[in-house]
Design a protein around this ligand. Sequence first.
Ligand code: NAD
Ligand code: UDP
Length: 339
Amino acid sequence: MAILITGGCGYIGSHTCIELCKAGYEVVALDNFHNAKPKVIERISALSGKPLTFYTCDIRDARGLSAIFEAHTVEAVIHFAGWKAVGESTVLPLEYYENNVSGTVTLLKVMRKFGCKRIVFSSSATVYGEENPSPLTEDMPVGKVANPYARTKLFNEHVIEDVCAADPDFCGMLLRYFNPIGAHESGTIGEDPNGIPNNLMPYIAQVAVGKLPYLQVFGNDYPTHDGTGIRDYIHVVDLARGHVAAVAYALSHTGAQVVNLGTGVGYSVLDVVTAFERVNQIPIPYKIVPRREGDVTIYLADPTKAKELLGWQAEHSLEDMCRDTWRWQQRNPNGYDDE
Ligand code: NAD
Ligand code: UDP
C-alpha cells in the first residue's frame, strides 16, 4: 500500500516525501521536471535512508499514470504537481488551466479507474481573496480571486468537492497553505527558484549570498507596526508534516475538508529581514520602493481547525526558518545546479 506524491521533486513535495518515509509510509513519487531537478531524488533518498521509488511522469498523461497505479496499490494521492507563478499565469492562462485543472481531472479519473478514493490537494490561502479579514477561517466565503493561478486552485477545490459529493466513500483534503519558507535542516534540499525570485525569503537568501545587491521592500506605508506587509510564514518541514497528518485523516474518513496550514502568527517584511540578519549574522541591504500591485496589508491563518481535526500545529519559529533557509542557500548557492 503506497502513497503517491505528484510533484514529488518540487519544493514542498520533496520535504513531504521525507516526512512520509519517516512516518513509515511507502512512498511513490512522480514529477515531469517542469520546475525541478533530478538531483533532488538522490538527496531525498539519502535523507529518508532508502531509495525513493520514482517515476518521470506528467499528470496529464493518463497512460503513464495508469502504469504507476498498475505497479503499486496506491491508497492515497498527495497532489502537489502544478504551476505556481502568479505573473506567468496572467500571460498563459490556458496553459495554467490545462496543466493545473485538466491535469487534476486526468489524475482523478485514473484514481477512479483504480478505486483510489483519497486525495490531499495543495490549495492556497490566495483563494480567500482580498476582502476577507485576517485571521482567515475555513468557513469564510472564498473571495474574488485575483489571477488565473488562484482560480486554478479554486476550480480544483470545487472539482474535488464535487467528486466527494458524487462518491460517499471519497475523501478530499483541501489544504490552504499560507507562506511556506525555510528548508530541511540538513541544508541538502530547499527551494530552488528559476531566475530572480518573486517571493520574499528566496530573494533575501540571494541577497545574503551576494547574487542580488539589495532587497526591494514593497511599501512601508501599510497600517502595520512598521509600515510593511504582514504574512503568515510557515516552515516547509511543518507544512510537510501537515500533509502526513492530512493523509492519516484521509485514510480513515470520507468527505471534503478544507484546512488552513499556517501558524497564526504574522511577521512584517522588516521583521523577517531583521530576524534573518540576527540569526545568520549577515547584513541584508534593502531599499523601500512603492507597493507591489495586488499586495494586501495582512494575510494570516486561523490554524484552529488543523489542530482540532488533524492534531497538527506548526512548531518551527521564524528564527528556524531563517537559519534553515540560509544553510540551504549557503551550501547550494546555485540550487541543485551546484556540484
Ligand atoms: P514546485 O514548483 O517546487 O513543485 C511542483 C512540482 O510539480 C515541480 O517539481 C514540477 O516539476 C511538478 N509539475 C508541474 N506540473 C507537472 C505535471 N503536469 N506533471 C508532473 N509534475 C508536474 O512548487 P511547490 O512550491 O513545491 O508547490 C507545490 C504545490 O503547492 C503547487 O501546486 C503550488 O501551487 C502549491 N502552493 C505552493 C505555495 C508556495 O508558496 N510554494 C503556496 C500555496 C500553494
Ligand atoms: N516582498 C517584498 N519584496 C520582495 C518580495 C516580497 O517586500 O522582493 C513583500 C511582499 O510585498 C509581501 C511579503 O513580502 O508583503 C511576502 O511576499 P511574497 O511574495 O513572499 O508572498 P505573498 O505575496 O504571496 O504573500
